[in-house]
Unconditional design. Sequence first.
Length: 248
Amino acid sequence: MSNIKKIIAVMSGKGGVGKSFVTSLVAINLQREGYKVGVLDADITGPSIPKIFGVNKERAVMEGEKMVPVESSKGTKVMSLNLLLQNENQPVIWRGPLIGNTAKQFYEDTKWGDLDYLVIDLPPGTADVTLTVMQSIPIDGMVIVTCPQDLVSLIVEKSVIMAEKMNIPILGLVENMSYATCPDCGEKINIFGESKAESVAKDMNLNLLGKLPINSSMTKMCDSGTLESFSGTEDAFIDLGKTINGMI
C-alpha cells in the first residue's frame, strides 16, 4: 500500500535547534517542486509536526490493519502519535523500546500511497528511537540541524559519527537561527554568536545546505499551522528543498 521513492531523515544532536521547523521546510519546498511528500513525525514524546502543518485537530483513522495519514491543506501526508491520541496535550510516558517500535510502526503500518519523498523528523539526540529508525527504515539521506553555539562542533560530530556507523549518507548541515536581519537597516545580527557553519562543515567534510535566519513571521506561521503558505523572499528558506532534491 506504499510506494516511497526516497526517504530523508532530519536529526539534531540536541533539542531546541529547530529540527522540526527544518523538517517542515524541506517537505514544503519539495512539495512546491511538484513532488508527492509525506512527513513521519518520529519525535514521539515531543511531536510538533501536526501543529506546523495545521492538522493537529484532526485524527488519523484505520483502514483495515493500516493507518491512514492525515493530509494538510496542500496535500502533504502527515503521521504522528498526536494524530492518534484523544487529546493532543496528553503526555507520552513510555520507555525507549516502546517509543522506538512506534516510530518503526508508523513507517511500516501507514498507508502512505505513492510518495516521491518521505521526510522523517527524528527526536533530538542519538538514543533509542533514532537508532531504531536508522536500523529499520531504508534512509537515503540524512540532514543534520544545528545552531551557532560553542558546543556545536561536538554535537554535530556525534550525529555524523552515528550516521556513518549506520551507513547512512549525510546530505549536509543546516544552521538554523544563524542570524537576524534588522528591519530598519537590513544589517545581519548574530544573536547567538558568530556562525560556525562554514568551519564545522569544512572540518567534517559536510555540505553546508543553508544558514536560516531567525524570522518572526515564520515562527507565527508555525504556531498558527500555516507554514505551508509562506511566501517570503528569503532565499535561505526557499532554496532548501531544491538543494536537497538535487543531491539524492
